[in-house]
Design a protein around this ligand. Structure first.
Ligand code: GLN
Length: 319
């Protein structure tokens, strides 16, 4: 039976294995993100019991970007319930890029993991004022991470100044009454959510909160309503890696979400979470090293949801 020491050892091996991989490019379409150091590489794992292990640049902050999407979706479900929320966003993989301007047969965004869906969700949780909505989101993520998080105002401003495509998506959603007429307020909420600064350890703690059905495993704060965790994990499994989601589900088999700043968060239900930061992205916008790390760990520890050995569920009980 593998134990925590063996897991740590294996993560170190994986870190060494992939740190020399320089494939991919740091994104520049949000100009501020282009300033990232391409060599940064951090891996963190936190279990649903709160044990943790990090290696590399795990203290390096980066913006959460699209990894905010399942968390915002959870807040929308809590505030509005399932019936109302899914009138504004579907749960079907789009098979298209994250910034695709495309709606489903009901004129809804395909799912909450693509930009259109996340903008629709942002409208649902934006609150009474721009400050209130952003503050509520930041507070919730801070509770999940177990420390006070903040917004990278430079990234937020950079995104607001160049986000013409997201603005076009928002107006398309407005045209179909998917969002209300406070379009700028909604976009401010969305850009702010994407600009929350985290490190890989924060992300792994947020993921462990999901793995621990909504409670932070270290502080024991009740962060998310346990009734909706499966909603978020389901769309992460089917839609979380954009147009790589099918291949990811097939090969890795874990609910996950990537962001264009270079973060990837993968969750092993009821067991643990893996977070990787490495800003070089492939052409779909997913971290190259992040995918490799998660793939290796899932294979070594049998973490795939449908793994016949079911080793994943055994190994964690031994920790
Ligand atoms: N803020 C980014 C955008 O809207 C998020 C995209 C991402 O991380 N894939 O373009």
């Amino acid at each position: 039976m593998k134990d925590l020491a063996a897991l740590k050892d294996y993560i170190l091996q994986v870190y060494e294995r992939h740190r020399t991989n320089h494939e991919g490019q740091v994104t520049t379409y949000i100009p501020e993100l282009g300033k990232a150091n391409p060599d940064h590489f951090g891996i963190s794992v936190v279990t649903a019991q709160g044990q943790e292990f990090s290696v590399g640049d795990s203290q390096q902050e980066f913006t959460i970007q699209s990894i905010c999407k399942p968390l915002a979706f959870l807040m929308a479900l809590e505030q509005h319930g399932r019936e109302t929320t899914i009138k504004h966003v579907g749960m079907e993989p789009s098979g298209e890029a994250f910034n695709s301007i495309n709606l489903d047969r009901l004129n809804r965004p395909f799912n909450p993991m693509v930009n259109a869906g996340a903008i629709s969700v942002a409208a649902l949780i934006k609150g009474a004022s721009p400050e209130a909505g952003v503050d509520a989101f930041l507070k919730r993520l801070s509770l999940a991470a177990g420390r006070d998080l903040r917004i990278d105002q430079a990234v937020c401003a950079s995104e607001a100044a160049t986000g013409f495509r997201n603005r076009a998506i928002a107006y398309l959603l407005r045209n179909f009454d998917m969002i209300d007429d406070q379009v700028d307020h909604t976009l401010h909420q969305y850009f702010s959510q994407c600009s929350v600064l985290v490190n890989s350890r924060d992300l792994a703690m947020i993921g462990a909160t999901l793995a621990n059905i909504g409670d932070n495993p270290e502080t024991h704060a009740e962060v998310f309503d346990m009734n909706y965790i499966k909603d978020a994990l389901s769309v992460m499994l089917t839609c979380g890696m954009y147009d790589y989601s099918g291949e990811w589900a097939y090969n890795v088999g874990l609910p996950a979400k990537s962001g264009v700043a270079g973060g990837i968060l993968a969750v092993v239900n009821r067991q643990l979470s893996i977070a990787v930061y490495s800003p070089r992205l492939d052409d779909r916008g997913n971290s190259v090293r992040g995918i490799k790390v998660c793939t290796d760990l899932a294979e070594e520890y049998g973490l795939h949801a449908f793994n016949f050995t079911n080793f994943g569920s055994n190994f964690i009980q031994a920790l």
